[in-house]
Design a protein around this ligand. Structure first.
Ligand code: NAP
Length: 550
């Protein structure tokens, strides 16, 4: 393989044969690199990517492989350097080995191309220091100046991939070291560069802590520099939701209370807590998934059309609909929210232990591994349409989807012709993962002389229809941040509003940690209490099965 640079200075590969045996997940992609869902190939600026938490799980499993993949596609321009900052004593060479290990683990040693690897991680650098050590940050500042002279042009992206408890100290140290200002580099030619900070979830643990974190960040960075991650929003189908709604005329007229009966948003995992027991014990399903991800998905489904596809316009509309969510009444939390914990069961044919028997989980833990929430929106578009959000670990199937259930026709012409079960209302399902795509179920006539009806699915799958694999969410997140596109990142007020919505539930659950918590068997679709939550409104949760097209 020969590696070169194009006239714009980006790395090029003249033989990117990631063919069938190559073992690369990237096989079959366009060689030009990621393309924005709203048009145009991606051309981020060169920059120094400073990663805090680079020795952690997220960096190992997601961030480093994502950078590698971007490098494989020539998306990272010359002058882009990964800089790790951490407390471990590592030489640059040991740091490179650590990165190589993450890539090997992700792609399989067979599939990794050493040449690409060296280039993608072109001379990565490592700075040893504690997070509260001003001298460590001074060394970091000196290194960034050096990198500016070598081509990063004063552009710095600080990625906080650490436990949230470390966010404030890191932000403060960046401020104190003079690294938070745009154009902080001392090289006069690089003085025009940008400085951005990317912050992992969770953003606070409740409204108060989110506000406090915002206050700390606001003292050091301008909101325009802050990129709060919601990697769900970077998934292809989620972005396609905006295209589906606003680039077609047939959906928007029915996207309201006249035609929509109810909406379900599901994020179900088959995995347990793995080795993240301590984190999960603190977080629980509501904090881990509903606040940072599902409420943001909800806002994309429910928002009004933005006046433009820019970050401010989209985020303004999301904010408006979040503000329209009716406060959950503290006196009847159980009618609006359900929590549960899994006990042992069978997932994918294998016996698995209950949550309390997981590694580094308290044997008497009351942390919820399942949460369901009902939201209603007090605006003209959605009055009377409930939105049901649910998430759980050790569920029957790994699936994230948004299901829009439409109303029944006002008159039933085909009473005698319907298959058993009655007329099935139309359902539009957007599959976020796996098998990204969407399907619409409609009633159809069964071929033959008789008039018999049966629901059929019109199915669209990214993999088969466009013969393209979607890019990983973290690739999108990294490139968006490097390009300064904030559309898919959560603004501070949105993060706070999400906490405002769940605050009564968190409070009630904290007051009665041992009450109102149900159990569900691992490998099931969740607790009976969640079924009852829906049943009270005359609805039931979907139980999507693989390949059912709906
Ligand atoms: N892992 C995931 O799947 C995942 C998914 C979504 C979001 N996130 C978010 O990503 C962030 C990182 O998660 P993670 O799972 O990667 O955590 P992790 O495996 O525990 O890694 C934490 C990293 O932070 C460093 N660190 C922690 N405390 C430190 C301290 N006091 N001083 C210096 N370094 C310290 C660790 O360094 P050492 O190696 O020296 O200990 C390590 O590099 C969290 O905000 C998490 O919520 C993670």
């Amino acid at each position: 393989m020969t590696v070169g640079r194009d006239p714009g200075g980006r790395l090029t590969y003249d033989e990117p044969d990631y063919g069938d045996e190559g073992g690369f997940r990237v096989a079959g992609r366009a060689e030009a690199g990621p393309v924005s869902p709203f048009g145009g190939a991606r051309h981020p600026d060169p920059c120094s990517v400073v990663m805090f938490g680079v020795t952690g799980d997220l960096a190992h499993r997601k961030l480093i492989p994502a950078l590698y993949d971007l490098g494989c596609h020539g998306v990272l321009p010359a002058g882009t350097t990964l800089v790790g900052y951490g407390r471990r004593e590592l030489s640059d060479a040991q740091f490179r080995d650590l990165l190589q290990g993450a890539i090997d683990d992700h792609y399989g040693v067979e599939g990794v191309d050493g040449d690409v690897c060296r280039l993608v991680l072109e001379a990565p650098r490592y700075v040893q220091g504690e997070f509260d050590d001003p001298e460590g940050f001074a060394r970091l500042a000196a290194l960034l100046d050096e990198l500016d002279r070598q081509g990063s042009r004063g552009n710095r992206m600080f990625y906080l991939a650490t436990p949230p408890s470390q966010f404030p100290v890191l932000v403060e140290q960046l401020g104190a070291a003079g690294l938070a200002r745009p154009g902080a580099g001392r090289d006069p030619d690089a003085a025009c560069g940008w400085t951005r900070v990317v912050i992992e979830k969770p953003f606070g643990r409740d409204l108060e802590t989110a506000r406090e974190l915002d206050r700390v960040i606001g003292q050091v960075f301008d909101e325009r520099q802050v990129y709060r991650i919601d990697h769900y929003l970077a998934k292809e189908t989620v972005q396609n939701l905006l295209v589906l709604r606003f680039a077609n005329v047939i959906f928007e007229p029915v996207w309201n209370r006249r035609y929509v009966d109810y909406v379900e948003i599901t994020a179900a995992e088959t995995l347990g807590v793995e080795h993240r027991g301590p984190y999960y014990e603190e977080a629980g399903a509501l904090r881990d998934m509903i606040t940072p991800h599902l409420i943001q998905l909800f806002s994309l489904v429910a928002m009004e059309p933005p006046v433009a596809f820019d970050a401010d316009a989209v985020r303004d509309e999301k904010m408006k609909v979040l503000r329209a969510v009716r406060p959950i009444p503290p006196e009847s939390i159980a009618d609006w929210a359900v929590r549960a914990q899994y006990v042992s069961g069978v997932v994918d044919g294998e016996e698995v232990p209950g949550y309390r028997d997981e590694e580094r989980v308290a044997p008497d833990s009351y942390t919820e591994t399942y949460a369901a929430l009902k939201l209603v929106v007090d605006n003209w578009r959605w009055q009377g349409v409930p939105f049901y959000l649910r998430t759980g670990k050790r569920m029957a199937r790994r699936v994230t989807e948004i299901a829009i259930h439409f109303k029944r026709p006002p008159v039933l012409l085909f009473k005698d012709a319907m298959a058993s079960g009655g007329l099935q209302p139309n359902v539009l399902v957007l599959r976020v993962q796996p098998d990204e795509g969407f399907s619409l179920t409609i009633e159809s006539k069964v071929p033959g002389h008789d008039v018999a009806l049966q629901p059929v699915a019109m199915d669209y799958s990214y993999g088969t229809t466009l013969n393209e694999l979607p890019f990983s969410a973290y690739e999108t997140v990294l490139v968006d941040a490097m390009e300064g596109d904030m559309t898919l990142f959560t603004r501070g007020d949105q993060a706070e509003e999400a906490w405002r919505i769940v605050a009564p539930v968190l409070e009630a659950w904290a007051q009665r940690p041992q009450r109102d918590i149900s159990i569900y068997e691992a490998g099931s679709w969740g607790p009976e209490a969640a079924d009852a939550l829906m049943a009270r409104d005359g609805h039931s949760w979907r139980q999507p099965t693989k390949g059912d097209g709906t």
